[in-house]
Write a protein that binds this ligand. Structure first.
Ligand code: NCD
Ligand code: ZN
Length: 332
């Protein structure tokens, strides 16, 4: 039986590191698991200028000096080419699109995606990535991603050279669409969408720690996400969407969406890939295809994991982590 596993030091191409006093804890915790991260911009105020990008990177590096940090900025208005170039120079790899009102801190999101086509056209010109939170606000909550796919298809037609990531893909229809669309259209997959369905949020009891956007969906949707992750297709790579909120912001009236998965995501992935007999595909999923897509060098450092059970703490950094209190099989 396999007892030890050496993997390339993982990348996380979608993480929320927050801001202020929380940032240091979350950044340090991320650096225990990942060599490189792509940090999301939905802080308050948002990351949306060369100055805020530069400052945010400095804050992250002050807490986690060895972390390789790539940044995103929020597409909440149109930008000039000069503004985009200045952000690119400061380490921005992607522009993040949040539809208005669909998730945490998206009150300043975009109501109509066509309104920001001028900026999207510049992204294509400058070879910046468009990172999509793909949900349609007015749709039924479990169909929001499916209803968004029409916008993805239109973007592909209008901007054929643009590199696009559909983040945290969660439905059968979206997975199938990604397989069919051209090579420059890819998707990230989280650890939680590989293991959760809507039953794990509201089935037997209400589990706020599993509440996130897009919602964990049906068993058929989860299984499609699993097939994509275990396909070995370079269009699917890892991004945790680790999105910690203090316990009291999750367990209250109007609890926040987001799952804190960074501390447990890699052990969970090892367990799931092992279950499917696909461990040989894990290195590319966590440290290959994403780097290739973002045009950054692949990781050369490695990290060893051992098969030794451990219990996930009930809280980490003041937040309830994914699979809190449960036993995981693998650890560093
Ligand atoms: C994220 C957050 O809390 O910032 N929440 C989530 O449920 N995934 C935002 C996001 O990526 O949607
Ligand atoms: Zn996210």
């Amino acid at each position: 039986m396999l007892k030890q596993l050496t993997l390339p030091l993982p990348d996380d191409f979608h993480i929320h590191l927050r801001q202020g006093s929380d940032l240091a804890n979350y950044a340090k915790r991320a650096a225990e698991q990942f060599g490189r991260v792509l940090a999301m911009p939905n802080t308050e105020p948002p990351i949306n200028s060369a100055e805020t990008v530069k400052k945010y990177k400095e804050e992250i590096l002050a807490a986690a000096p060895n972390l390789d940090v790539l940044l995103t900025f929020k597409l909440n208005k149109n930008y000039t080419e000069q503004e985009l170039l200045a952000m690119q120079k400061n380490g921005v790899a992607a522009a993040k699109y949040y539809p208005f009102g669909v998730t945490t801190n998206s009150q300043d999101g975009v109501s109509k995606i066509e309104d920001i086509y001028p900026t999207i056209s510049l992204l294509e010109k400058l070879d910046l990535v468009l990172s999509l939170h793909g949900e349609e606000l007015d749709a039924y909550c479990l169909d929001r991603e499916r209803e968004f796919l029409k916008h993805l298809e239109k973007l592909c037609r209008e901007f054929p050279k643009l590199r696009i990531v559909l983040e945290h893909v969660s439905t059968l229809e979206a997975v199938e669409r990604i397989f069919d669309l051209p090579q420059n259209i890819v998707a990230t997959i989280t650890a939680h969408h590989l293991i959760l369905t809507i039953d794990d949020v509201i089935g037997a009891s209400l589990k706020p720690q599993n509440f996130c956007k897009p919602l964990p969906n049906s068993p058929q949707d989860r299984d499609a996400v699993r097939r994509a992750a275990f396909s070995g297709n370079r269009k699917f790579f890892f991004g945790t969407d680790s999105a910690p909120h203090p316990l009291e912001k999750k367990e209250c009236l109007g609890g926040a969406a987001g799952i804190y998965s960074a501390p447990v995501a890699i052990p969970i992935l090892i367990e799931e890939f092992e279950k499917e007999n696909k461990l040989d595909l894990l290195p590319n999923f966590i440290a290959g295809f994403g780097a290739d897509f973002y045009k950054v060098p692949r990781q050369t450092k490695t990290v060893a994991y051992i098969k030794e059970e451990w219990q996930v703490p009930k809280t980490i950094d003041g937040a309830v982590p994914l699979r809190a209190g449960e036993i995981l099989k693998w650890q560093k």
